[in-house]
Design a protein around this ligand. Structure first.
Ligand code: HAM
Length: 420
Protein backbone atom coordinates (compact mmCIF):
# COMPACT_ATOMS: atom_id res chain seq x y z
CA UNK A 1 0.00 0.00 0.00
CA UNK A 2 1.36 3.40 -0.92
CA UNK A 3 1.09 6.24 1.58
CA UNK A 4 1.43 9.99 1.12
CA UNK A 5 5.17 10.83 1.51
CA UNK A 6 6.30 11.65 5.07
CA UNK A 7 5.54 15.25 5.97
CA UNK A 8 2.75 15.61 3.38
CA UNK A 9 -1.00 15.28 3.86
CA UNK A 10 -4.05 14.66 1.73
CA UNK A 11 -6.73 17.30 2.15
CA UNK A 12 -10.05 15.48 2.17
CA UNK A 13 -13.35 17.16 1.17
CA UNK A 14 -14.54 17.89 4.74
CA UNK A 15 -11.17 19.55 5.44
CA UNK A 16 -11.43 21.64 2.26
CA UNK A 17 -14.20 23.72 3.89
CA UNK A 18 -11.46 25.27 6.06
CA UNK A 19 -9.22 25.88 3.06
CA UNK A 20 -12.02 27.52 1.12
CA UNK A 21 -12.81 29.73 4.11
CA UNK A 22 -9.19 30.88 4.50
CA UNK A 23 -8.60 31.34 0.77
CA UNK A 24 -11.77 33.38 0.32
CA UNK A 25 -10.92 35.67 3.26
CA UNK A 26 -7.39 36.08 1.89
CA UNK A 27 -8.57 36.97 -1.62
CA UNK A 28 -11.13 39.42 -0.17
CA UNK A 29 -8.43 41.05 1.95
CA UNK A 30 -6.15 41.47 -1.08
CA UNK A 31 -8.94 43.00 -3.09
CA UNK A 32 -9.59 45.50 -0.26
CA UNK A 33 -5.94 46.60 -0.29
CA UNK A 34 -5.53 46.57 -4.09
CA UNK A 35 -3.21 43.55 -4.36
CA UNK A 36 -3.29 41.55 -7.62
CA UNK A 37 -2.98 37.75 -7.86
CA UNK A 38 0.17 36.15 -9.28
CA UNK A 39 1.18 32.51 -9.71
CA UNK A 40 4.73 31.28 -10.19
CA UNK A 41 6.00 27.78 -11.07
CA UNK A 42 6.32 25.13 -8.42
CA UNK A 43 10.04 24.76 -9.23
CA UNK A 44 12.69 27.31 -10.05
CA UNK A 45 16.42 27.49 -10.74
CA UNK A 46 17.86 26.30 -7.40
CA UNK A 47 20.20 29.32 -7.28
CA UNK A 48 17.20 31.63 -7.00
CA UNK A 49 16.62 30.33 -3.46
CA UNK A 50 20.25 29.58 -2.61
CA UNK A 51 21.31 33.18 -3.34
CA UNK A 52 18.39 35.01 -1.76
CA UNK A 53 17.55 32.96 1.33
CA UNK A 54 21.33 32.38 1.56
CA UNK A 55 23.70 29.76 2.94
CA UNK A 56 23.88 29.59 6.73
CA UNK A 57 20.08 29.30 6.95
CA UNK A 58 18.42 25.95 7.66
CA UNK A 59 16.27 26.27 4.55
CA UNK A 60 19.22 26.43 2.16
CA UNK A 61 21.67 24.23 4.08
CA UNK A 62 19.36 21.38 5.04
CA UNK A 63 15.86 21.68 3.65
CA UNK A 64 15.78 22.41 -0.08
CA UNK A 65 14.35 19.83 -2.44
CA UNK A 66 16.86 20.12 -5.27
CA UNK A 67 17.14 17.97 -8.35
CA UNK A 68 18.61 17.93 -11.82
CA UNK A 69 16.27 17.61 -14.75
CA UNK A 70 17.08 15.54 -17.83
CA UNK A 71 19.01 18.42 -19.39
CA UNK A 72 21.20 18.74 -16.31
CA UNK A 73 19.61 21.99 -15.12
CA UNK A 74 19.71 22.35 -11.32
CA UNK A 75 16.21 23.05 -10.05
CA UNK A 76 14.57 23.31 -6.63
CA UNK A 77 10.98 22.89 -5.52
CA UNK A 78 9.68 26.26 -4.32
CA UNK A 79 11.04 26.76 -0.79
CA UNK A 80 9.17 30.05 -0.26
CA UNK A 81 7.22 32.59 -2.31
CA UNK A 82 9.12 35.88 -2.13
CA UNK A 83 12.14 35.17 -4.35
CA UNK A 84 9.93 33.78 -7.17
CA UNK A 85 7.74 36.93 -7.00
CA UNK A 86 10.87 39.10 -7.31
CA UNK A 87 12.14 36.96 -10.19
CA UNK A 88 8.78 37.42 -11.98
CA UNK A 89 8.82 41.18 -11.21
CA UNK A 90 12.19 41.47 -13.01
CA UNK A 91 11.44 38.99 -15.80
CA UNK A 92 8.21 40.74 -16.82
CA UNK A 93 9.43 44.30 -16.39
CA UNK A 94 6.91 45.08 -13.64
CA UNK A 95 9.34 47.81 -12.52
CA UNK A 96 7.96 49.81 -15.48
CA UNK A 97 4.48 49.93 -13.85
CA UNK A 98 3.65 52.57 -11.23
CA UNK A 99 5.41 51.58 -7.99
CA UNK A 100 4.82 49.95 -5.62
CA UNK A 101 3.52 46.87 -7.42
CA UNK A 102 1.21 44.99 -5.07
CA UNK A 103 0.93 41.22 -5.61
CA UNK A 104 -0.41 38.20 -3.75
CA UNK A 105 -0.16 34.44 -4.17
CA UNK A 106 -1.19 31.04 -2.89
CA UNK A 107 0.85 27.91 -3.36
CA UNK A 108 2.73 24.99 -1.89
CA UNK A 109 6.24 25.35 -0.50
CA UNK A 110 8.64 22.49 0.18
CA UNK A 111 11.14 22.17 3.00
CA UNK A 112 12.77 18.96 4.19
CA UNK A 113 11.98 19.48 7.88
CA UNK A 114 11.34 17.02 10.71
CA UNK A 115 7.56 16.62 10.48
CA UNK A 116 5.40 17.37 13.54
CA UNK A 117 2.06 19.08 14.22
CA UNK A 118 2.06 22.26 12.14
CA UNK A 119 5.35 21.45 10.42
CA UNK A 120 5.30 19.64 7.10
CA UNK A 121 7.57 18.95 4.15
CA UNK A 122 4.93 20.34 1.83
CA UNK A 123 3.00 23.25 3.28
CA UNK A 124 0.90 25.95 1.64
CA UNK A 125 1.46 29.66 1.84
CA UNK A 126 -0.68 32.71 1.28
CA UNK A 127 1.58 35.72 0.81
CA UNK A 128 1.54 39.30 -0.40
CA UNK A 129 4.37 41.55 -1.50
CA UNK A 130 4.62 45.30 -2.23
CA UNK A 131 7.60 45.95 -4.49
CA UNK A 132 9.34 49.19 -5.44
CA UNK A 133 8.84 51.52 -2.48
CA UNK A 134 10.91 52.19 0.65
CA UNK A 135 8.35 54.29 2.55
CA UNK A 136 7.58 53.13 6.11
CA UNK A 137 3.90 53.72 5.38
CA UNK A 138 4.11 50.61 3.16
CA UNK A 139 5.52 48.53 6.03
CA UNK A 140 2.57 49.72 8.11
CA UNK A 141 0.15 48.82 5.29
CA UNK A 142 1.54 45.27 5.04
CA UNK A 143 1.47 44.81 8.83
CA UNK A 144 -2.06 46.22 9.12
CA UNK A 145 -3.14 43.92 6.31
CA UNK A 146 -1.61 40.98 8.16
CA UNK A 147 -3.45 41.88 11.34
CA UNK A 148 -6.72 42.48 9.46
CA UNK A 149 -6.35 39.04 7.81
CA UNK A 150 -6.32 37.28 11.18
CA UNK A 151 -9.24 39.38 12.43
CA UNK A 152 -11.22 38.52 9.28
CA UNK A 153 -10.54 34.84 9.96
CA UNK A 154 -11.92 35.18 13.48
CA UNK A 155 -8.55 34.58 15.18
CA UNK A 156 -8.16 37.43 17.65
CA UNK A 157 -5.96 35.83 20.34
CA UNK A 158 -2.67 36.48 18.58
CA UNK A 159 0.53 38.38 19.27
CA UNK A 160 2.27 40.53 16.70
CA UNK A 161 6.03 40.76 17.20
CA UNK A 162 7.98 43.58 15.59
CA UNK A 163 11.67 44.38 15.23
CA UNK A 164 14.11 46.16 12.93
CA UNK A 165 17.31 44.37 11.92
CA UNK A 166 18.91 47.36 10.19
CA UNK A 167 20.55 47.62 6.80
CA UNK A 168 23.85 46.93 5.02
CA UNK A 169 25.35 49.93 6.80
CA UNK A 170 24.43 49.33 10.41
CA UNK A 171 23.88 45.56 10.66
CA UNK A 172 27.58 44.53 10.29
CA UNK A 173 28.54 46.71 13.29
CA UNK A 174 25.82 45.11 15.40
CA UNK A 175 26.86 41.61 14.31
CA UNK A 176 30.38 42.29 15.57
CA UNK A 177 29.04 43.31 19.00
CA UNK A 178 26.75 40.30 19.04
CA UNK A 179 29.62 37.95 18.20
CA UNK A 180 31.68 39.41 21.02
CA UNK A 181 28.81 38.81 23.45
CA UNK A 182 28.33 35.20 22.35
CA UNK A 183 32.04 34.41 22.09
CA UNK A 184 32.29 34.78 25.86
CA UNK A 185 29.75 31.91 26.17
CA UNK A 186 31.02 29.83 23.20
CA UNK A 187 31.57 26.71 25.30
CA UNK A 188 27.94 26.79 26.54
CA UNK A 189 26.27 27.12 23.13
CA UNK A 190 24.25 24.27 21.59
CA UNK A 191 25.90 22.62 18.54
CA UNK A 192 23.62 24.55 16.12
CA UNK A 193 24.51 27.87 17.75
CA UNK A 194 28.23 27.09 17.55
CA UNK A 195 27.74 26.93 13.76
CA UNK A 196 25.55 30.05 13.82
CA UNK A 197 28.22 32.00 15.66
CA UNK A 198 30.55 31.37 12.72
CA UNK A 199 28.09 31.50 9.83
CA UNK A 200 24.94 33.42 10.73
CA UNK A 201 25.27 35.19 14.10
CA UNK A 202 21.90 37.01 13.92
CA UNK A 203 20.15 33.64 14.12
CA UNK A 204 21.74 33.05 17.54
CA UNK A 205 19.04 35.29 18.95
CA UNK A 206 16.11 33.04 18.17
CA UNK A 207 17.52 29.67 19.23
CA UNK A 208 14.79 27.81 21.11
CA UNK A 209 17.15 25.97 23.52
CA UNK A 210 16.72 27.22 27.10
CA UNK A 211 20.49 27.51 27.71
CA UNK A 212 20.96 29.61 24.55
CA UNK A 213 17.91 31.74 25.35
CA UNK A 214 19.56 32.72 28.63
CA UNK A 215 22.55 34.04 26.70
CA UNK A 216 20.22 35.90 24.30
CA UNK A 217 18.54 37.65 27.26
CA UNK A 218 21.67 39.64 28.01
CA UNK A 219 22.67 40.15 24.35
CA UNK A 220 22.97 43.71 23.02
CA UNK A 221 19.79 44.95 21.31
CA UNK A 222 19.97 45.62 17.60
CA UNK A 223 17.71 48.65 17.92
CA UNK A 224 20.51 50.36 19.90
CA UNK A 225 22.84 49.96 16.90
CA UNK A 226 20.61 51.09 14.00
CA UNK A 227 21.89 53.89 11.76
CA UNK A 228 19.95 57.16 11.78
CA UNK A 229 17.90 56.25 8.64
CA UNK A 230 16.95 52.81 9.96
CA UNK A 231 16.10 54.31 13.36
CA UNK A 232 13.85 56.89 11.73
CA UNK A 233 12.22 54.31 9.49
CA UNK A 234 11.48 52.05 12.45
CA UNK A 235 10.05 54.89 14.50
CA UNK A 236 7.77 55.88 11.64
CA UNK A 237 6.54 52.31 11.19
CA UNK A 238 5.66 52.21 14.90
CA UNK A 239 4.01 55.64 14.75
CA UNK A 240 1.76 54.53 11.86
CA UNK A 241 0.88 51.25 13.55
CA UNK A 242 -0.03 53.11 16.74
CA UNK A 243 -2.22 55.48 14.69
CA UNK A 244 -3.94 52.41 13.23
CA UNK A 245 -4.40 50.84 16.66
CA UNK A 246 -2.43 47.69 15.72
CA UNK A 247 -1.28 46.04 18.97
CA UNK A 248 2.35 45.15 18.23
CA UNK A 249 5.01 44.02 20.72
CA UNK A 250 8.63 45.02 20.21
CA UNK A 251 10.79 41.90 20.20
CA UNK A 252 14.48 42.62 19.72
CA UNK A 253 15.21 38.90 19.38
CA UNK A 254 13.04 38.50 16.31
CA UNK A 255 15.35 37.96 13.31
CA UNK A 256 13.42 35.52 11.01
CA UNK A 257 14.78 32.42 9.30
CA UNK A 258 15.62 33.84 5.87
CA UNK A 259 18.61 36.04 5.20
CA UNK A 260 17.16 38.57 2.79
CA UNK A 261 15.51 40.80 5.38
CA UNK A 262 16.48 44.40 6.06
CA UNK A 263 14.92 46.83 8.55
CA UNK A 264 11.37 45.81 9.52
CA UNK A 265 10.66 42.19 10.46
CA UNK A 266 7.46 40.91 12.05
CA UNK A 267 5.77 37.68 13.01
CA UNK A 268 2.33 36.58 14.23
CA UNK A 269 1.99 33.90 16.90
CA UNK A 270 -0.90 32.39 18.83
CA UNK A 271 -0.86 33.74 22.39
CA UNK A 272 -1.10 30.38 24.09
CA UNK A 273 1.85 28.77 22.28
CA UNK A 274 5.54 29.39 21.88
CA UNK A 275 8.25 27.66 19.92
CA UNK A 276 7.62 26.75 16.28
CA UNK A 277 4.10 28.10 16.21
CA UNK A 278 4.44 31.19 14.01
CA UNK A 279 1.33 31.55 11.88
CA UNK A 280 2.99 33.97 9.53
CA UNK A 281 5.83 36.39 9.16
CA UNK A 282 7.38 38.91 6.90
CA UNK A 283 9.35 42.08 6.59
CA UNK A 284 11.37 44.32 4.31
CA UNK A 285 13.88 42.95 1.84
CA UNK A 286 15.37 46.05 0.25
CA UNK A 287 18.39 44.27 -1.35
CA UNK A 288 16.76 41.13 -2.72
CA UNK A 289 15.76 42.41 -6.18
CA UNK A 290 19.19 43.96 -6.70
CA UNK A 291 20.73 40.65 -5.63
CA UNK A 292 18.78 39.04 -8.50
CA UNK A 293 20.26 41.48 -11.02
CA UNK A 294 17.70 44.29 -10.89
CA UNK A 295 18.15 47.94 -9.97
CA UNK A 296 18.03 48.69 -6.22
CA UNK A 297 14.34 48.09 -5.45
CA UNK A 298 13.05 48.19 -1.88
CA UNK A 299 10.16 45.87 -1.04
CA UNK A 300 8.15 44.48 1.86
CA UNK A 301 5.83 41.50 2.28
CA UNK A 302 4.31 38.76 4.38
CA UNK A 303 3.40 35.08 4.13
CA UNK A 304 1.31 32.77 6.29
CA UNK A 305 1.14 28.98 6.44
CA UNK A 306 -2.39 27.78 5.70
CA UNK A 307 -2.02 24.49 7.60
CA UNK A 308 -1.06 26.33 10.80
CA UNK A 309 -3.94 28.78 10.38
CA UNK A 310 -6.37 25.89 9.99
CA UNK A 311 -4.96 24.17 13.10
CA UNK A 312 -5.57 27.42 14.99
CA UNK A 313 -9.11 27.79 13.62
CA UNK A 314 -9.85 24.28 14.88
CA UNK A 315 -8.17 24.89 18.24
CA UNK A 316 -10.05 28.14 18.77
CA UNK A 317 -13.27 26.45 17.56
CA UNK A 318 -14.02 29.07 14.92
CA UNK A 319 -17.27 28.19 13.11
CA UNK A 320 -16.66 27.56 9.41
CA UNK A 321 -19.42 27.57 6.77
CA UNK A 322 -19.97 24.05 5.37
CA UNK A 323 -19.17 23.39 1.72
CA UNK A 324 -22.31 23.75 -0.43
CA UNK A 325 -24.29 20.51 -0.76
CA UNK A 326 -25.94 19.36 -3.99
CA UNK A 327 -29.57 20.54 -4.17
CA UNK A 328 -31.17 17.38 -5.46
CA UNK A 329 -30.77 13.62 -5.47
CA UNK A 330 -32.62 11.60 -8.14
CA UNK A 331 -33.61 8.04 -7.29
CA UNK A 332 -34.94 5.75 -10.00
CA UNK A 333 -36.38 2.28 -10.47
CA UNK A 334 -36.12 0.40 -13.77
CA UNK A 335 -34.28 0.88 -17.05
CA UNK A 336 -36.68 3.45 -18.57
CA UNK A 337 -36.58 5.53 -15.38
CA UNK A 338 -32.78 5.60 -15.70
CA UNK A 339 -33.05 7.31 -19.08
CA UNK A 340 -35.56 9.85 -17.73
CA UNK A 341 -33.18 10.41 -14.78
CA UNK A 342 -30.10 11.23 -16.83
CA UNK A 343 -32.17 13.52 -19.10
CA UNK A 344 -33.74 15.31 -16.11
CA UNK A 345 -30.37 15.61 -14.30
CA UNK A 346 -28.82 17.15 -17.41
CA UNK A 347 -31.70 19.65 -17.79
CA UNK A 348 -31.58 20.64 -14.11
CA UNK A 349 -27.82 21.21 -14.19
CA UNK A 350 -28.25 23.41 -17.27
CA UNK A 351 -30.70 25.43 -15.15
CA UNK A 352 -27.98 25.80 -12.47
CA UNK A 353 -29.38 23.22 -10.04
CA UNK A 354 -26.77 20.88 -8.53
CA UNK A 355 -27.81 17.24 -8.95
CA UNK A 356 -26.53 13.85 -7.91
CA UNK A 357 -28.18 10.90 -9.62
CA UNK A 358 -28.35 7.35 -8.32
CA UNK A 359 -26.28 4.83 -10.23
CA UNK A 360 -26.82 1.08 -10.67
CA UNK A 361 -29.90 -0.83 -9.57
CA UNK A 362 -30.06 -0.35 -5.81
CA UNK A 363 -33.35 -0.68 -3.92
CA UNK A 364 -35.36 2.51 -3.38
CA UNK A 365 -34.56 2.23 0.35
CA UNK A 366 -30.81 2.13 -0.34
CA UNK A 367 -31.11 5.07 -2.72
CA UNK A 368 -33.01 7.15 -0.14
CA UNK A 369 -30.40 6.29 2.46
CA UNK A 370 -27.78 7.69 0.08
CA UNK A 371 -29.87 10.87 -0.41
CA UNK A 372 -30.05 11.30 3.39
CA UNK A 373 -26.30 10.84 3.75
CA UNK A 374 -25.65 13.44 1.05
CA UNK A 375 -27.94 15.91 2.83
CA UNK A 376 -29.65 17.21 -0.33
CA UNK A 377 -32.69 19.44 0.17
CA UNK A 378 -34.79 17.48 -2.31
CA UNK A 379 -35.08 13.95 -3.59
CA UNK A 380 -36.79 13.17 -6.88
CA UNK A 381 -38.10 9.65 -7.38
CA UNK A 382 -38.84 8.27 -10.85
CA UNK A 383 -40.47 4.80 -11.03
CA UNK A 384 -42.37 2.90 -13.70
CA UNK A 385 -45.68 4.78 -13.27
CA UNK A 386 -43.88 8.15 -13.25
CA UNK A 387 -42.25 7.27 -16.59
CA UNK A 388 -45.73 6.45 -17.97
CA UNK A 389 -47.18 9.77 -16.78
CA UNK A 390 -43.98 11.77 -17.56
CA UNK A 391 -43.86 12.99 -13.98
CA UNK A 392 -41.77 12.46 -10.85
CA UNK A 393 -42.25 12.43 -7.10
CA UNK A 394 -40.60 15.49 -5.57
CA UNK A 395 -39.78 15.08 -1.87
CA UNK A 396 -38.70 17.96 0.33
CA UNK A 397 -36.14 16.29 2.60
CA UNK A 398 -36.46 18.93 5.31
CA UNK A 399 -40.30 19.03 5.64
CA UNK A 400 -40.87 15.48 4.27
CA UNK A 401 -43.59 17.01 2.06
CA UNK A 402 -44.06 15.04 -1.15
CA UNK A 403 -45.88 15.81 -4.42
CA UNK A 404 -46.08 14.56 -7.97
CA UNK A 405 -44.85 17.09 -10.53
CA UNK A 406 -44.70 16.81 -14.36
CA UNK A 407 -41.08 16.29 -15.48
CA UNK A 408 -41.22 19.44 -17.60
CA UNK A 409 -42.09 21.53 -14.52
CA UNK A 410 -39.56 20.16 -12.03
CA UNK A 411 -36.90 22.82 -12.59
CA UNK A 412 -39.48 25.56 -11.94
CA UNK A 413 -40.86 23.77 -8.85
CA UNK A 414 -37.31 23.46 -7.45
CA UNK A 415 -36.50 27.09 -8.15
CA UNK A 416 -39.69 28.17 -6.37
CA UNK A 417 -38.89 25.82 -3.48
CA UNK A 418 -35.38 27.29 -3.18
CA UNK A 419 -36.77 30.83 -3.09
CA UNK A 420 -39.39 29.93 -0.46
P1 HAM B 1 8.55 31.87 6.58
O1 HAM B 1 8.45 32.41 7.96
O2 HAM B 1 9.67 30.97 6.26
O3 HAM B 1 8.56 33.14 5.62
O4 HAM B 1 7.22 31.12 6.19
C1 HAM B 1 5.97 31.76 6.30
C2 HAM B 1 5.01 30.91 7.08
O5 HAM B 1 4.86 29.65 6.43
C3 HAM B 1 5.42 30.56 8.49
O6 HAM B 1 5.10 31.60 9.40
C4 HAM B 1 4.59 29.33 8.77
O7 HAM B 1 3.26 29.67 9.12
C5 HAM B 1 4.56 28.66 7.41
N1 HAM B 1 5.54 27.58 7.34
C6 HAM B 1 6.86 27.67 7.11
N2 HAM B 1 7.44 26.46 7.11
C7 HAM B 1 6.47 25.58 7.36
C8 HAM B 1 6.40 24.14 7.47
N3 HAM B 1 7.48 23.38 7.32
N4 HAM B 1 5.20 23.56 7.72
C9 HAM B 1 4.09 24.31 7.87
N5 HAM B 1 4.08 25.67 7.75
C10 HAM B 1 5.24 26.28 7.51
C11 HAM B 1 8.62 33.09 4.28
O8 HAM B 1 8.50 32.08 3.63
C12 HAM B 1 8.74 34.45 3.63
N6 HAM B 1 8.71 34.28 2.17
C13 HAM B 1 7.64 35.40 4.10
C14 HAM B 1 7.74 36.73 3.45
C15 HAM B 1 6.98 37.21 2.44
N7 HAM B 1 8.61 37.67 3.77
C16 HAM B 1 8.41 38.74 2.98
N8 HAM B 1 7.42 38.43 2.16
Amino acid sequence: MYKAPRGTVDILPQERAYWKYVEEKAAYLCQLYGYQPLSTPIFEDSQLFARTIAGGTDIVDKEMYTFEDRSGQKLALRAEGTAPVCRAYLEHGLFNSPQPVRLYYFGPAFRYERPQAGRYRQHHQFGFEALGDAAPILDAEVIEMTWRFFLLLGLPRLSLHLNSIGCKLCQPGYIEVLKQHYSAYAAHLCPDCKVRLARNPLRLLDCKKASCQKIAETAPKITDYLCRECQEHFQNVQKYLEALGIPFQLNYRLVRGLDYYTRTVFEVEPQEEGGQSSLGGGGRYDNLIEELGGKPTPAVGFAAGLERIILSLRKQKVAIPALPKPDVFIAHLGERAKIETIKLASRLRQAGIAVIEATGDKSLKAQLRQANALGTSYTIIIGKSEVESQSAVLRNMITSEQKTVPLAEIARALEQGQKA
